[in-house]
Design a protein around this ligand. Structure first.
Ligand code: ZN
Length: 358
């Protein structure tokens, strides 16, 4: 087994110019005569090497050979890849906590990270609207995957002809589909460890199922008259559809578009007429529009509170519970439920919200 890994590495390194050629791949079927000769030489050298050394290579060393590097755009995508790849990959997140991916233009350093990576993952559906050309260029010499690519159009929320709402992670059932796509993609890149990706993926999917159950149960406790969430931009459509909440974003699907005075006035009317108790700010979007709503409602004699800050397009700080996908959604579900008069434990699904490093 150890011998096999060693040999494949030698053969692919000499016979292929692919940037991820250090991945152990079973490429015997496509080998050329030249490669077969190299294999023979490599085999002889390996046998020689193994008979000369006192200590054979350890398992750890063999595993070390297969580590590869992934660059992912947003934290929600990185979280899937880290969970599915386990120790097989090191993962770099390009767009960090509190940063808006709609408007993000990659820096020189980011581009270097993408170029250094063996595999690139992004969310897709134009979430990373300013990186489309970059992904196309990168795809010329390495595998580049959008985790939403395999999601059925039937599931997606249409926003205009041929365009869909990119905020799929807001519904754990949507992110389940994205996880399945990552398992398939990593298995394609590194088929030797497909069984491992499947097993790690299954464990992660269990967490997502628990999260979905928690969201279903808690959000159902919000009284009928308060089942409307007003947020800074339209990021919560999938959440609203999954759990029966009306969602209203002051800005549109992308933060690219500016909200006008008319939009603000229209939403103030709604807050007053329906006696909505709370509106929400978002960690990656400016608060000014939401504050204008609160002011507008107050001038009409209706007190509306800011019900908390939600994670819309970026997770919480790295190293905290909210800096994981499960923690991010747990935070949102718990915050929304409590602010709209429903019933949820203060520290969330697993008692971890607002913990160490928060
Ligand atoms: Zn967004």
């Amino acid at each position: 087994m150890q011998l096999d890994i060693h040999l494949v590495a030698l053969v692919t390194n000499t016979g292929s110019s692919k940037p991820y050629s250090h991945l152990p791949r079973n490429r015997y079927e496509s080998m050329t005569m030249r490669n077969q000769t190299l294999l023979l030489i490599a085999l002889l050298m390996s046998v020689l090497a193994m008979s000369c050394t006192q200590e054979p290579r350890t398992d750890e060393a063999a595993e070390g050979d297969s580590t590869y590097h992934v660059a992912a755009t947003v934290g929600m995508v990185s979280d899937i890849v880290k969970n599915v790849a386990g120790d097989r990959a090191t993962v770099t997140t390009i767009v960090g906590a509190g940063v808006d991916p709609h408007l993000y233009t990659p820096t020189r350093g980011d581009i270097a990270e993408f170029q250094k990576a063996d595999v690139v993952f992004y969310s897709g559906l134009l979430l990373e609207g300013k990186m489309t050309d970059l992904f196309e260029r990168l795809a010329e010499d390495k595998p580049v995957y959008a985790v939403t690519d395999l999601i059925d159009e039937e599931y997606l929320l249409p926003i205009s002809a041929g365009h869909f709402d990119p905020h799929v992670w807001m519904d754990p059932k949507g992110w389940t589909k994205a996880t399945e796509a990552v398992v398939a993609s990593l298995s394609e890149v590194d088929p030797a460890h497909a069984a491992e990706y499947k097993a790690y993926g299954a464990a992660y999917l269990n967490q997502l199922a628990d999260l979905d159950n928690y969201a279903t149960e808690r959000l159902a406790t919000i009284p009928d008259n308060a089942r409307v969430m007003v947020t800074a931009h339209d990021a919560f459509g999938y959440l609203g559809r999954a759990y029966g909440l009306e969602v209203i974003g002051i800005q549109g699907i992308s933060t690219d578009s500016e909200a006008g005075l008319q939009d603000i006035n229209r939403i103030v009317d709604l807050l007053v007429e329906r006696n909505v108790p709370s509106v929400f700010v978002e960690s990656s979007v400016s608060e000014k529009n939401v504050e204008a709503l609160v002011e507008g409602a107050r001038s009409r004699g209706h007190e509306v509170e800011i019900g908390g800050s939600l994670f819309s397009d970026a997770m919480g700080k790295s190293g905290t519970y909210e800096g994981s996908y499960v923690g991010m959604i747990d935070h949102n579900v718990t915050t929304i439920t409590r602010a709209l008069g429903g019933d949820a434990p203060e520290r969330g699904m697993q008692g971890k919200l607002g913990g160490e490093g928060h």
